[in-house]
Design a protein around this ligand. Structure first.
Ligand SMILES: [Zn+2]
Length: 70
């Protein structure tokens, strides 16, 4: 199976590098949610649009947002 973001081998959704970024994104969301009550989708948009976000996290956030279309 390939990473959803890049073409590297992945165990589940993401390769090792994007999985690490994904874990960071999820972990930070817990803090943000506690502090601001932000929703998961709003948070992902913030991460994807924030110029200070690392590119790995940004790519992961964009991928998660694309899965999240309603
Ligand atoms: Zn990847």
């Amino acid at each position: 199976m390939k990473c959803l973001v890049c073409d590297r081998e992945a165990k589940e959704k993401f390769c090792m590098l994007h999985d690490k970024a994904y874990r960071n994104v999820v972990q930070k969301f817990e803090d943000w949610k506690r502090a601001t009550g932000i929703s998961w989708k709003e948070y992902l948009k913030e991460v994807a649009e924030n110029t200070f976000t690392g590119s790995w996290a940004k790519e992961v956030a964009e991928q998660l947002l694309s899965e999240h279309n309603d």
